[in-house]
Design a protein around this ligand. Sequence first.
Ligand code: SF4
Ligand code: SF4
Length: 326
Amino acid sequence: MDYTISLTNKCNLHCSYCYERHLNTAYGSITPEIMHKVTEFINRRNDAGTVYLFGGEPLLYKNEVMYFCENLKAKQFVITTNGTLLDEAFIAWCADKGIIINMSHDGADCDDRGADRALLDEHLKLLLRYQPETLVQLVYTQRSLPHLYDNILYLKEMGVKKVSAAMDAFLVPDDPDSFGDLMREQWQKIAGIQDLFVYELAVKRKYILNQKRSTCEICKKKLFINWDGSFYPCVQFQNIPAFCCGDLIAGIQADKARAAHPDYSMRSERCEGCEIADYCRNSCACRKMATTGTVRDISEAACMEEQVQILTVLEGIAKEKGGKVS
Ligand code: SF4
Ligand code: SF4
């Protein structure tokens, strides 16, 4: 089982696309008591694969992050941070223990975050010295889409080798046609960047070449543990009582949650007959929830993004084989 532990939903940045702000729930953070109970709970189960330390901004609670890394029995730890609070001592400590740090950075254009770009650049360079393979997570909005390629190049020029570029989940394009054209143009250019791992394209390529898709099932392979000790299937469901699937006292109530949400991994009606459905990640309940607030539908923009990325990858594969996309 992979566990995501949310240490807090508070953050020191103000990204326009922030999932926490859109979830609009009460703010709080983990207490020492919950921290010890979470540790006992996971260690008793003795089944932890990757433990993701998450927020909000988890490094607002750096000591607590270190506590989990030192006390939980898990194969791997991944910290997802906005990078503002990184310092060399902490990065070196993580490197020494093999703890992975994923940092978010939107490239040259950080205007959607209220972030100091110079500070993020400095911290990213430091992180890359210790973890050259770190995954840098960028989010693009309707406003920044025209600069997506440039922003990715900016990161590459700083030495980044692995990048993920996700669309603002709440995006509703003003003009879907021109938005789709622009997205297509940007992703075609991104696919042409040499020596850069782009997570979204790599995942699509894997699906297409291996014809293998995994569907999500509530609490089967991953569990989100909230800072107050309650359990949810994934990040987008935190603090939504209807999706609560247990807590530190009752344990994981997977059967109850599955019975309550048979539509969890269904595809949206818009997907019926879609020829590329097998390569599309939009049956992901977390993504459906993020883009439409329900597990039954996916937004038009998210559908467009999938189409653009899948087409881009299919074109690349066809080119390698010397043919054309059918
Ligand atoms: S860094 Fe993450 S948690 Fe913080 S405001 Fe931005 S999206 Fe939200
Ligand atoms: S590309 Fe769009 S229509 Fe096709 S499966 Fe994905 S979300 Fe559904």
